[in-house]
Design a binder for this molecule. Structure first.
Ligand SMILES: [Zn+2]
Length: 97
């Protein structure tokens, strides 16, 4: 289940267990690329209403809950290929020459 292992980011605001001033807690990242430049998506949980969603690492420290704080909609934090066994596609064919 390597694909389901959450890890802390680098820097205090993306560590697992970090809670920002809006009561949004960081659960770490599955290293899914975010919508922001060079950012991973972190799973966040609202400690006020329990809503769980994804946010860019750069947004974690100031994120608001999409559900109860009028924040931006969450983004996908899980891997699209979840369930697929292989991590990389097979080569297209034998290398000749
Ligand atoms: Zn909430």
């Amino acid at each position: 289940m390597e694909n389901c292992k959450f890890v802390s980011g680098t820097g205090g605001t993306t560590e697992i267990g970090y809670t920002n001033k809006n009561d949004q807690q960081c659960h770490g990242t599955l290293k899914v690329k975010g919508t922001d430049h060079l950012q991973y998506v972190y799973r966040m949980e609202c400690l006020r209403c329990g809503y769980v969603y994804g946010a860019n690492g750069s947004d974690v420290h100031e994120r608001r809950c999409p559900e109860c704080q009028d924040g931006a909609p969450g983004i996908r934090y899980w891997r699209a290929e979840a369930g697929a066994r292989r991590s990389w596609p097979e080569p297209e064919g034998p290398l000749l020459g």
